[in-house]
Design a protein around this ligand. Structure first.
Ligand SMILES: [Zn+2]
Length: 214
């Protein structure tokens, strides 16, 4: 548990992402980026891209291999598919974040829960919608090929001794946060998880806040 010395009142950017909604934004090299769990026990599905291209992006496999640990916390360098540090986690009052569980989707809702859950909102749909709108500004047609394995900030996905993943009740709480220093200009794509069928957000999606300091 490492706390940050940065004061939210001095942040250069603050935005509350409503429960279940996507957000996309840019963080410049050297800036600090915090995600704040406002009401506790929320899952924040996140992807990072090099800001001027979607070709270089966060790589869960490279990040896990480099640090020799499947969980993310203070000190973790979030590596790209080209082996470059994109951001480094510099403060963390939750203590552990998942990068194995992936993003919920219409398909996973159907397989894990029930056929009638197929139409429910999902992180994958949030990602695709935000990417498509964002790309349209630049005349680019971003789609599912631009998605990769994501980070689930604040989500508790313990691996059992048998090697299985479990979606457990969260270990985050009101006001917990994770803070990163950007090591390159990055585009941040977030789905503030709308999931209602597992305890990743206590069956009750809630808002989170993103903050940036220069
Ligand atoms: Zn989700």
């Amino acid at each position: 548990m490492i706390e940050s010395a940065l004061n939210p009142a001095q942040a250069s950017f603050r935005h509350v992402i409503p429960a279940g909604e996507p957000w996309i934004g840019t963080v410049r090299q050297g800036q600090y980026f915090r995600i704040l769990d406002l009401e506790g026990n929320q899952a924040v599905d996140t992807l990072f891209y090099r800001a001027d291209t979607l070709e270089e992006r966060y790589s869960a496999t490279d990040t896990i291999r480099a640090q020799g640990n499947i969980y993310l916390t203070t000190g973790t360098a979030l590596l790209s598919n080209e082996g470059n540090a994109m951001l480094t986690i510099v403060a963390d009052t939750c203590g552990r974040h998942d990068t194995l569980g992936g993003a919920c989707s219409a398909e996973s809702n159907t397989v894990r829960y029930a056929l009638e859950k197929r139409s429910m909102h999902s992180c994958r749909d949030n990602f695709l919608l935000a990417l498509a709108k964002w790309g349209a500004q630049y005349g680019k047609d971003f789609s599912k090929r631009d998605l990769s394995s994501n980070i689930n900030f604040f989500m508790n996905v313990p691996v059992t001794p048998a090697g299985k993943l479990t979606f457990a009740d969260g270990i985050s709480g009101v006001g917990r946060y994770v803070e990163m220093r950007a090591d390159m200009d990055v585009t941040v794509l977030i789905s503030n998880c709308p999931q209602l069928n597992n305890p990743c957000n206590a069956y009750n999606p809630t808002p989170v806040e993103v903050l940036v300091w220069d």
